[in-house]
Write a protein that binds this ligand. Structure first.
Ligand SMILES: *Cc1c(COP(=O)(O)O)cnc(C)c1O
Length: 408
């Protein structure tokens, strides 16, 4: 694939996303899958990813807020969408209008949902979240039965689900996860059986498939990344995202010359450096300054000096074959080499989740399926604006779409 748009872009392999969903389903064959596509599908692009996970048999989509659900509805997606975060009463109307399933954890929101559903002649499905140990969103266990009792008195409200979220499923020590599950079980067993009970994030699907219940909620694993180093490898995952760029300039430095703001790197001997037009404005963390490395020609080149907003500099002294416009991989594989999102995250002092969600809208997303470009989404437009997904997309049309040129 020869991408002819901005020379910094992300390729998203939808085959990998589908394969990951299939692999997760094989781990918990009796459970439905809700794929977490919140935060723009962990930076991968909500709509194309949602379409891919549904093709692969996911039953539902999980988002953090009402707007994320509306974005998916506006793209024509019909699958059930669960809003996992707090929905204030004033968003109830929009949630109902877009047929979202809401985590209803306050009376005010529940009443607003019921009123909105009544006005529009619909029934709004709701789930109740139990705070079993995250001390984040959710009702304390003791409050759940009275609250569900209250929900059951509301017309036009269908109490569909009950769930909780684990704090430590990605750690080796299972003690606290099992304690959280005990608390959840006690709450669930004291209620009339609700149709959809769910507790498992990616780590639990992989390492505690016996907790799959009616539905599981994988996120990071859908994108091909393990939740942590401690998580088992019982499910084979394939990273879906490759962050790429191209060499924008090559030059030699004399010994004693410095690179970038603050002159934090000084060449000790003559050094050949390459400019890469990707910076923290794209999501390349500034904490990778003088730490991270990239791949060029299947070999590693170290980041020198500070990462800037729009560009960074890498050392290619030992890579004499590097030429202008050569492909650079900042996250992903090139040949036999790999800089994984997890490695980048560790070097930046964070987790892959934050690396992915930090990729900004100005990085064009190029969607691949079966080696073909299926879709492109960039600041200046989307190939989805053309008739049908990828329909009639020639390299020339794609180039124009990616630059916001005329669209037939
Ligand atoms: C984001 C999220 C998930 C997915 O977690 P991963 O660790 O990415 O698998 C599951 N459940 C809830 C409630 C979430 O907010």
């Amino acid at each position: 694939m020869m991408w002819r748009g901005r020379p910094t872009w992300a390729e998203i392999d939808l085959d990998a996303i589908e394969a990951n969903v299939h692999a997760l389903r094989r781990r918990v064959p009796a459970a439905a899958v809700l794929a977490a596509v919140k935060a723009n599908a962990y930076g991968h692009g909500a709509v194309p990813v949602a379409q891919a996970v549904l093709r692969a048999g996911a039953a539902r989509l999980g988002v953090a807020c009402v707007d994320e659900g509306i974005e998916l509805r506006q793209a024509g997606l019909l699958a059930p969408i669960l809003v996992l975060g707090y929905v204030p009463p004033w968003e109830a109307e929009a949630a109902v209008a877009h047929d979202l399933t809401v985590t209803a954890n306050t009376k005010q929101t529940a009443l607003a949902l019921a009123a909105a559903a009544r006005r529009s002649g619909r029934t709004v499905p709701v789930h109740v979240k139990v705070d079993t140990g995250m001390a984040r969103f959710g009702l304390p266990p003791a409050d759940v039965a009275p609250f569900v009792g209250f929900l059951l008195t509301l017309s036009n409200v269908h109490v569909e689900g009950l769930y909780t979220h684990f704090a430590t499923a990605d750690e080796l020590d299972r003690t606290f996860m099992e304690e959280q599950y005990r608390r959840f079980r006690a709450v669930a067993d004291a209620l009339p059986r609700l149709p959809v009970c769910h507790v498992a994030n990616s780590a639990a699907v992989i390492d505690a498939p016996e907790l799959a219940l009616d539905m599981v909620r994988p996120g990071i694993s859908v994108y091909g990344v393990y939740p942590s180093a401690q998580t088992g490898r019982a499910v084979q995952l394939r990273p879906a995202l490759t962050l790429k760029s191209r060499v924008a300039r090559l030059r030699w430095l004399d010994a004693g010359e410095s690179v970038s703001y603050g002159r934090t790197w000084v060449a000790e001997r003559p050094a050949r450096i390459a400019l890469v037009p990707c910076g923290y404005g794209d999501g390349l963390r500034r904490s990778l300054s003088n730490r991270g490395s990239v791949l060029i020609g299947g070999r590693r080149a170290s980041i020198r000096g500070r990462v800037c907003m729009d560009q960074c500099v890498v050392d290619v002294t030992d890579l004499p074959d590097v030429r202008l416009d050569d492909e650079v991989v900042l996250i992903g594989r090139q040949g036999d080499a790999e800089v994984s999102a997890t490695e980048v995250a560790e070097q930046a002092g964070t987790i892959a989740y934050e690396i992915f969600t930090g990729l900004t809208p100005r990085v064009p997303r190029v969607y691949l399926q079966g080696g073909e470009v299926l879709d492109i989404r960039s600041l200046t437009g989307s190939s989805a604006d053309l008739a049908g997904p990828g329909a009639g997309l020639t390299p020339e049309t794609l180039r124009r779409v990616s630059r916001g040129g005329s669209r037939e």
